[in-house]
Design a protein around this ligand. Structure first.
Ligand SMILES: NC(=O)c1ccc[n+]([C@@H]2O[C@H](COP(=O)([O-])OP(=O)(O)OC[C@H]3O[C@@H](n4cnc5c(N)ncnc54)[C@H](O)[C@@H]3O)[C@@H](O)[C@H]2O)c1
Ligand SMILES: [Zn+2]
Length: 366
């Protein structure tokens, strides 16, 4: 088993990564000295596969779990589902010492984390992420929340889990498209802070795509280490944490204008990261060679690597970028790369250069 620790003073916690961890859930929770009553929040897809194992493990360890199953998919990340969860928690008489287990992908993690942050002014919660994206990204760092009609993640909190258990076996049942979307975040970690990881991904991509267990364990652990390090230094995104948004300025806007249906998050940020690489080539000295390596790795991972927008879509893209909640004073700031493994945040980019990239007038040489 690999353990990564997130250092946040008295809110520090461990991320444990190994196959077969779901069966250890009860024993691991017992070490946290929490109350007996707990609730597992999961979705329909994950619930039918893994809820029983989670439930039994908790019950065997002496807990009294109840199960809350929400619909699968992004629409469950809503205040309406939050309300349903509160009612069920109250019905099951969860109290201050009780805790919530988030069993599922990023949707369940964000939703259950928000419920935990607010029910009775906060109860403990444990993340059991079951998608690659959730294991390397959303379950770590304490951003929890739900969507509004006006946009994604507009209501939320910073609320850290007490433990994160990444059971690598659960990734076996993940649909291939969902697996690849997680790879977009994995590649991001290489670009933003670890050239060695990036080189390993170039070398071991086929093994990773087969979900070979040793490679998967190494890579998930390394990504968690990078995220833990960044979050440990800047929990609430005053500065450094912004580097995790590499490729996300364009990526989020693309998700937004295509109505959150066409692209999965990882697909949108794959395109976003390649555009960011091109901007970096133009503005921050990223070499053509590094830019080409970035583009090629996303391509080889089976992720989309360009987008063609008509004039209206492009107008909407710029509007969406200006509406991003990370924009302050109307100014869009980008994270750009200097080389693979090193990025800088807070970079202003003239609209004209973005247009050049979108027109394919600014290309990275092959
Ligand atoms: N909090 C953060 O820091 C953070 C970071 C990145 C993304 N997010 C959020 O994460 C969400 C996306 O998460 P996601 O990509 O995990 O999507 P998801 O939770 O919707 O899961 C994707 C799909 O896979 C299914 N699934 C999950 N695990 C499975 C398994 N082991 N086997 C079979 N099917 C499985 C789910 O039911 C769902 O249909 C978005 O809402 C995004 O905003 C949050
Ligand atoms: Zn992301």
């Amino acid at each position: 088993m690999r353990t990564v620790s997130v250092q946040l003073g008295n809110r520090s916690y461990a991320i444990k990564i190994a196959p077969g961890l779901l069966d250890q859930l009860g024993r691991e929770c017992a070490r946290l000295k929490l109350g007996a009553r707990c609730a597992i929040i999961t979705d329909t897809n994950v619930g039918k596969r893994y809820a029983k194992a989670a439930f039994n493990s908790l019950a065997t360890a002496g807990f009294s779990p109840s199960l809350i199953v929400v619909p699968a998919g992004e629409t469950a990340k809503s205040l309406k589902t939050v309300q349903t969860c509160y009612d069920l928690l109250a019905e099951h008489r969860l109290e201050r010492k009780s805790f919530i287990v988030a069993l599922g992908g990023g949707v369940v993690g964000d939703l259950a984390g928000f419920v935990a942050a607010t029910y009775l002014r906060g109860v403990a919660f444990v993340q059991v992420p079951t998608t690659l994206l959730a294991q390397v990204d959303s379950s770590v760092g304490g951003k929890v929340g739900v969507n509004l009609k006006a946009g994604k993640n507009l209501v939320g909190a910073f609320y850290q889990p007490r433990l994160v258990l990444c059971d690598l076996d659960t990734l076996d049942t993940l649909p291939v498209r969902e697996f690849r979307t997680g790879l977009a975040e994995v590649i991001k970690y290489g670009i933003i802070s670890d050239a060695k990881l990036f080189a390993r991904l170039e070398r071991d991509l086929p093994k990773l795509l087969w979900r070979e267990s040793k490679t998967l364990a190494d890579v998930v652990a390394r990504c968690c280490e990078i995220k833990a390090e960044v979050v440990g230094q800047d929990e609430t995104e005053g500065g450094l944490r912004a580097i995790l948004n590499f490729g996300h300025t364009i990526g989020h806007a693309l998700e937004n204008i295509s109505g959150y249906g066409k692209y999965l998050h990882g697909e949108a940020i794959s395109i976003g990261q390649i555009i960011a690489a091109k901007l970096s080539f133009a503005l921050t000295g990223l070499s053509g060679r590094d830019g080409g390596r970035i583009r090629d790795l996303f391509k080889r991972a089976g992720l989309p690597y360009y987008v063609k927008l008509n004039a209206l879509q492009r107008k909407k893209l710029f509007a969406a970028m200006r509406h991003d909640k990370k924009v302050s004073g109307g100014e869009i700031k980008f994270v750009l790369a200097k080389r693979i493994g090193k990025v800088i945040w807070g970079q202003r980019v003239p609209d004209e250069i973005i247009h050049q990239v979108l027109d394919f007038r600014l290309l990275i040489p092959d």
